[in-house]
Design a protein around this ligand. Sequence first.
Ligand code: ZN
Length: 399
Amino acid sequence: MKEDFRVVRARWIVPVSSPPLQNGWIRYGTTKIQEIGSGEPPADAVDLGDVAILPRLINSHTHLEFSDHESPVGSPGVSFSEWIKLVIASRGLSNPDSLLSSLTSGLNELWQTGTVLAGDIATPPLHYPAWKDQPDLVSFAEVLGLQSDRFNDRFQAAIEHADRLEKGAYSPHAPYSISRDGFEKVIEHALVKNRPVAMHIAESPEERELLTSGTGPLAELLDTMNLSPLEHYPWRGEPFRVLIDGLGQQDSGFLIHGNDLTADEIEYLTRYPRLTVVYCPRTHDFFRFAKHPVDKMVNAGIRVALGTDSRASNPDLNLWKEVQYLLNHRQEIPPEEILAMATSVPADAFQRACPSLRPSGQLRAGFRSDFGVVETHATESEQLWRDLSTHPYCIPALI
Ligand SMILES: [Zn+2]
């Protein structure tokens, strides 16, 4: 059957893989882009007018289980260990019905705000609701447990989750919630199974204190949970290098946060070109952590992608607002690189791990043909980036 092609034109096309095109047009079919051009559009082009057309977005890190939170847990600036305590308490209130409604509203919110692919951290067993319009998910089964019986139980559940899903993956939760031995077991298993791995690493200075000294607020929290921190901490050697080595050897490793990595550790990351750091700007801001070293990472050539994290630390799951946060607050980073963090960089990392995913994150021939638009009257690219930093990302009804 012959495919129907349509053509749209707009004031700007932002392909991501190449510089923005003024007066651009796109010819596309139901699933794929066929051709992109600029100047006089083909006669059958539908004019979208004063907008920039962009690819749909990719959210590298969220926890859809928490999507029913109307607002973040705790107040801005809450200490990390206090926040963990509040999240554990709020988790105790959930049941299977509330989990399903949380997943449904999270998936809806991702889709409506332009996200076509997301990395979701899931507590197994977990079943996603399925319907036609929803983003693709790479589902990272969370494994935690400092004590071996808890770890073994969670690891087994994670293996079943990852084996059941075509795009299943693993997430040893964080070095303050899994033992070093447990971390190594998950990493080894993921490597053998060739599945992606994501882990929260260097999120807070409290984590560094626990790993290097076995003391501080996280040690006190573990103590109140009868988890004997001194049996597990401090880690010998250089804990953050151990964690980076574990993730870096994977075909597709996602180091979530990295807020608190030192200059030496950032340099160490460059050994692993397949590793992706995921920065969650508004969640980072919620905790009032010290300035994120994303500029140093970009300068060192490290792959950086963006995530929203969950509604337990962010008011919504709108990835465009993360892009805008960076466009407005981190102007030392070229805007093209910021946009790539929400499109082409994570697309490449997820696609490498899950080849069945449709090519996404760029506007070019062969890539998926669903787009977003942002209003702009710009006549040059500097103004275009300013407009992108202030105007919302919308999904045109036409497409
Ligand atoms: Zn997270």
